[in-house]
Design a protein around this ligand. Structure first.
Ligand SMILES: [Zn+2]
Length: 156
């Protein structure tokens, strides 16, 4: 069989075509990779935000786990807070500064009034709830009874 010989012109054209094909394949691969990375980033960025938004609504009238709040700022956190032990009690903070603030101003920060009865309580022993639906501020209660009564009055 006679081997088909390509002329110089044809060879060049074939090379150009291969190059084009290669470039297109690269473009598509990088495009897919770029879109993939972008979606992961978007997903992770908004994942926290959307969960945070959901918790602010869904946790109203529910006991809020202490590790989701900062006991210095008295607010719900977008990410879990850090546990800190001070004077044999467990507190949760969003940052080292917040913990330092409690240590420095212990009475003002750690001791709070029960949002229903007005009793003085330590935040470490308190039951935590959201002050208002869709807001990140929290309130503290001495016991479950006060907690329930507080939200009963919120219905009216
Ligand atoms: Zn804080």
């Amino acid at each position: 069989m006679k081997k088909k010989r390509l002329s110089k012109q044809q060879l060049l054209e074939k090379q150009k075509l291969d190059e084009k094909k290669f470039n297109r394949a690269m473009l598509i691969s990088f495009g897919i990779l770029f879109i993939g990375v972008l979606s992961v980033l978007v997903f992770y960025t908004y994942w926290c935000d959307s969960r945070f938004a959901w918790r602010k609504i869904a946790w109203f009238k529910q006991e809020v786990p202490a590790y989701w709040i900062c006991m210095n700022g008295d607010n719900l956190q977008i990410h879990e807070s850090t546990k800190a032990v001070f004077d044999d009690k467990i507190y949760y903070f969003c940052s080292q500064q917040c913990f330092n603030h409690l240590v420095k101003h212990f009475k003002e920060v750690a001791i709070v009034t029960d949002a229903f009865s007005g009793d003085s309580i330590n935040k470490a022993d308190a039951i935590i709830g959201l002050k208002t639906r869709n807001k990140q501020d929290v309130v503290y209660f001495k016991n479950k009874e006060n907690f329930n009564k507080y939200y009963e009055t919120k219905n009216k």
